[in-house]
Design a protein. Sequence first.
Length: 224
Amino acid sequence: MVFLLILVAAIPAYLLGSINGAIITSKHFYKKDIRKFGSGNPGLTNFYRVFGVRGVLLVVAIDMFKTIAPVIFGGWLFAQFTGMAISGVWLFSSLFEVALFGQAVSGFFVMLGHCFPVYYHFQGGKGVMAAGAILIVLDWRLALISWGLFVLITLITRYVSLASMIAAIAFPVSMLLIGIGSSWEFVATLMCALLLIQRHMPNINRLIRGEESKISFKRKSSDA
């Protein structure tokens, strides 16, 4: 029965996750496809590099909503069937753990949709914004640690990719250190972190070669 709950949570999470804020905003507001500019990656960083700060808030709003809504739904769904989940998997011992697992699982499938969107030939972003939104829903302490590291590393190095991967690693690690949830939630968050890192493999290679682009914080025109 736990598998059935995962399936019910995963399908809408993946479908909503497949919506891409950068593609929608670039096409409908700039009449251009972000995938044809810059690095070609339909993510927030490339959008900012190509179009500047205008439109960034809309991209963030779309990607936040598409993540937060299914994650909240996943937690609610599992909470409604707490008895079913606890009886089916002995590692769940409380309503909190069941709901947290539902949120983490939904979050993973949102990221899967963002990275491999069914609407865009399975060519998507890297899941950074989706991962950040998942943290906000799961626990404010997790969000504070990972977002704090992301901002700090970005400001120091100006490598968004490096900051994203370090923040992703901090996600499951901080869950263990703080003692939130059980091993099931840890596995789900670890999968989210590994997916994000896998999507950054080209960036890792460029970082090793010293060829990775640094983000500029200077105001930029949107005449892409």
